[in-house]
Design a protein around this ligand. Sequence first.
Ligand code: SAH
Length: 333
Amino acid sequence: MNDDDILKIITTENNDDIESLFAESRKARDEVYGKRVFFRGLIEMTNYCKNDCYYCGIRRSNKKLMRYRLSCEEILACCQRGNGLGIKTFVLQGGEDPFFTSGRVATIVSAIRHDFPNHAITLSVGERTQKDYELFFKAGANRFLLRHETASHEHYSKLHPSNMTLNNRKKCLLALKKIGYQVGAGFMAGTPFQTPENLLADIRFLEELQPEMAGIGPFIPQADTPFGAYPQGNLILSLKMIALTRILLPQTLIPAVTAMSVIAPNGRELALDAGANVVMPNLSPIATRKLYAIYNNKASTAEEAAETFRLLYEKIIKSGYMPDMSRADALAV
Ligand code: SAH
């Protein structure tokens, strides 16, 4: 696909064109993965963050938010619950919390690795040094999620304070790849100031990086951020970006992210029908879940909760997919 083809897809409002895009992306997904849908259990380990991203509700300047961090024991208990549900991949996500020094993160990873020798451990704890990433890898982490957020320098500077740069984000992603992590990049659809050309750059960046996973979801305003009054990302645009990514990177794992379910009641199923093939049930303790408020209305998605895992499982089957409880390492790309 040349740039014009991609831009046309990004901007089209023609329903037939959009439907045929989704049909093509489903086909691309089915050829590689069939109808299997994989699970990753999400553990939101801290909502403290030293960064101040304009879109994110757990940004440092949000003084309204009560902060929490989970202890190693609490994290292990989340893993235990996930394991009880049959989940084989744990994703530890959090703000960039200085309390979680590289030593502390490595200790937690080692403890999980000790208790669950065959599970996949994924970290999503933001930008760190290559040395830190190496330490976590040695401690037993296998995968790392770090969305690039936007592949345009100019747009990046409109979403983040000046101490954060796309170059550093890219540097981190390349370091993670080099170390041997299965890497997840990704971006939000419909962030303020985003242009179709920015989205084209996101797709081209993914093609270049060839990440094992790509997380794509709509921007959802969070009231206590500078972007609180901006409109949320468009559903169809988000689905188009999932579909384009699937077509151009057929082997990439693509989650139907929680944000999709927030902007549409059947958002998860629509994402699967646009080419996604992963869901991430939330294993975080009920008490802290609403505090991981990266965007508004997140807590209302009770269905992502482990307690209703069965329901989720059945919904996936009802939508014509096949839940697959294997740890589903990325295919060699
Ligand atoms: N500190 C970690 C985790 C960030 S939260 C890191 O830097 O990777 C995980 C993802 O949530 C972010 O990468 C971002 O793309 C998404 N996110 C944050 N705020 C959002 C919002 N308001 N709407 C939609 N997605 C958001």
